[in-house]
Each structure stands twice: as structure tokens, then as C-alpha cells.
Ligand binder design. Structure first.
Ligand SMILES: C[S@@+](CC[C@H](N)C(=O)[O-])C[C@H]1O[C@@H](n2cnc3c(N)ncnc32)[C@H](O)[C@@H]1O
Length: 340
């Protein structure tokens, strides 16, 4: 590793055994970033909380529950596509790729890609990148089922993880970004993010991205507002997290989960609605927040795409589409690209 010294300054390294290690920013940096971002995003007139803060331990567990809800079609649809693309994806692999995953979460879908890798190479290197500590649990589970797997986990933001990978060495990467997590980016930021991925990639690298497609409004709204209220708990949990980690006094009973599809901007928007006039103190972020009855805190955008828009976006961010795979209902797409 040519930048070992630099990395040791920004990340702490945890070696679990010969096949498993993690890199994680120092905890003071993580807490400061959380407090600073919450301070600036909740202080202004249009209040928001970045969706990356959903994923503490409880948030990640709730997301896994969302994935198996009858209304939440994206996970099962993406899994179906992944199961079908086995031989078609292996055509692009030559036994020397390493697997890098952005937002790996519980790494359930990763297993389908690892199965493909296992058929063509003996040793597999996997670099999961996730802001959530869930990465450590999922890596340990993967290790039990894939003895030939060497895992280097990076517990950090996508951007931090990409910079880490870029400087790590010169090996060939298949980067995957599943779950339509890309849909959380607003268009301009999404474009910048794709350009960042592109600039991280080497000529021979590949990038596989899962994207949710535009569809019936009812299907979309139900997926983000399920009948069991799991998505509502997931959304509200971010306030519990702020209470726990930043010494705040949000009363969750004073908020309601809202999800609506904005057809013009092609996105499901999630909010936390204040049910009363209230003030909340967030000690570690140094703010006292005043909320009016009915005021919204924005928590997530989930953009939906048309195939023509995906092609245009990839073209504009320096990618060449190698292949795209859709499910029979055309609800979801997996796109494989390389650098132009
Ligand atoms: C919607 S889940 C998708 C998980 C999994 N890839 C899937 O397809 O089911 C998003 C994952 O990305 C992680 N995540 C969200 N925002 C992130 C960010 N800005 N940087 C790094 N990880 C992030 C979360 O912790 C979570 O595990």
C-alpha cells in the first residue's frame, strides 16, 4: 500500500485476522462531522437531515426489514435481475477483478456477485464501503460462507471510500452500487458523484449500478409508506439517533412520517412533519430548534429514472454502457458501464 502513512493518519486500522481488516476514521472526527452537519442542515429555513444519518445500528436493521416488506419491490426485483445475469456478467470478468461495493449494508445481494466471482477466480478480494457499522457484522457473516474471501472494509462515506480505493493500489475493480442508493442524490450532485466514480476508475475497471425506474405513483408511494409502519420507524429513528449521539430532546410522538411522489422531479420525497409548535435542543450541535405545527424536515429523496435519462446521464459523465438488464415489469434496471 503506497499511501500507508497517509491512511494511518486519517483512518484507524483494525486487523481481525489474515482475511479481514477494516479502516475507519477516528471517532472524534465522526462525531464532529455529525454535529456540524446537523447544525447547518437544521438551522436554516428549509430544514433537512442527510439520509446517510439514517444508518446507525437500529436504522440499518430497520432498513433490512424494509427490504422484505411486500410493498418494497426494489430489493426483490434487483435480486431477481442479479440471479438472472450470472453468465452474462461473467463474460466481462477475467478472473483478476476485485469487488468494491458502495453502500454494502448487509451485503445480501453481494453474495450473488461473489458466487459469480467464485466460479472464475480462487482468491476474491472484496472492499465494502459503508458509513454504517453494519459492515463489520456482514463481513464476518460473509467470511464464514466464502473461505476464499479477503475483506478490507472501509467504514466511511462513499466519497471517503472511493478516495481510499483510488490510492490503495493498481488492481482492477468491479465497483457495484446497488439498491438504487444513487437515487438519493439530487441531479447535480448525482452527476458530480458519477464523475467522481469515473475519475476514480482505471480504463479497465467496470461499474455496475442498480437504478429504480419511473412507474405508477401508487406503487412508489406504498413502497415508502408501508402498511406495517416500518418505513415510518426507519424515518423517525434518525431523531432517536440525534437524541442519543448529540444529546438532543426530540419527542418522537410530536412527528409524523410523510412520503409523497413528486411527479415533476421524478422522486419520492420523505419528510418528518412536526405535529405541534415545538422547540428542541440539540446540545452537541449547539442549536435550539424551533418548529411550527405542520413544518417539514426533509430526510430523503429517492429519484426514479427513465432508461433514456440513464443513457444520457452515463454519456454525460464519461461512461460507456456495456449492458443493461431489466426485470419483466421494467420496474428496475442494472447498468454495467466502463470508462469511455
Ligand atoms: C439503501 S441501503 C442499500 C444497502 C444495499 N446495498 C442494498 O442494496 O440493499 C444504503 C446503504 O448505504 C449506506 N450509506 C448511505 N449513505 C451513505 C454514504 N453517504 N456513504 C457511505 N455509505 C452510505 C447505508 O449505511 C446503507 O447500508
Amino acid at each position: 500500500m503506497n499511501t500507508a502513512l497517509q491512511k494511518s493518519l486519517t483512518y484507524k486500522k483494525y486487523v481481525i485476522d489474515d482475511n479481514l481488516q477494516y479502516f475507519k476514521p477516528h471517532s472524534t472526527k465522526i462525531e464532529k462531522t455529525f454535529a456540524d452537519e446537523i447544525c447547518s442542515s437544521l438551522s436554516g429555513d428549509s430544514k433537512h437531515i442527510h439520509p446517510k444519518f439514517f444508518y446507525d445500528k437500529k436504522g440499518s436493521a430497520l432498513f433490512d426489514k424494509i427490504c422484505i416488506l411486500p410493498e418494497y419491490y426494489p430489493t426483490r426485483t434487483e435480486i431477481k435481475i442479479l440471479k438472472n445475469l450470472k453468465s452474462e456478467l461473467s463474460e466481462y470478468l477475467d478472473g483478476s477483478f476485485r469487488l468494491v461495493e458502495l453502500g454494502s449494508g448487509s451485503s445480501m445481494k453481494t453474495r450473488l456477485i461473489l458466487d459469480i466471482f467464485s466460479k472464475i477466480q480462487n482468491k476474491i478480494e472484496y472492499f465494502p464501503i459503508d458509513i454504517s457499522e453494519i459492515l463489520t457484522e456482514s463481513s464476518e457473516l460473509l467470511q464464514k460462507d466464502y473461505p476464499n474471501l479477503h475483506i478490507t472494509g472501509i467504514i466511511d462515506t462513499y466519497e471517503g471510500g472511493l478516495e481510499f480505493i483510488e490510492k490503495y493500489d493498481d488492481k482492477k475493480n468491479l465497483i457495484i452500487f446497488l439498491g438504487s442508493s444513487f437515487g438519493n442524490f439530487i441531479p447535480n450532485e448525482g452527476k458530480n458523484f458519477l464523475q467522481k466514480i469515473n475519475s476514480t476508475m482505471k480504463k479497465e475497471d467496470l461499474f455496475l449500478i442498480g437504478l429504480d425506474l419511473v412507474k405508477d405513483k401508487k406503487i412508489l408511494e406504498n413502497a415508502y409508506d408501508d402498511s406495517q409502519g416500518i418505513t415510518a420507524n426507519f424515518n423517525l429513528n434518525v431523531l432517536s439517533r440525534i437524541n442519543d449521539e448529540l444529546d438532543a430532546d426530540f419527542d418522537l410522538n410530536n412527528f409524523e412520517h410523510c412520503a409523497k411522489y413528486n411527479e415533476k422531479d421524478q422522486r419520492v420525497e420523505m419528510y418528518l412533519k412536526s405535529l405541534v409548535n415545538q422547540s428542541v435542543i440539540i446540545s452537541k450541535a449547539n442549536i435550539s430548534l424551533k418548529l411550527k405545527q405542520g413544518e417539514l424536515i426533509h430526510t430523503e429523496h429517492s429519484h426514479k429514472y427513465k432508461i433514456s435519462q440513464i443513457k444520457d446521464l452515463m454519456e454525460k459523465t464519461g461512461f460507456e454502457i456495456k449492458q443493461n438488464w431489466l426485470d419483466v415489469n421494467k420496474h428496475y434496471a442494472l447498468i454495467l458501464v466502463s470508462k469511455k
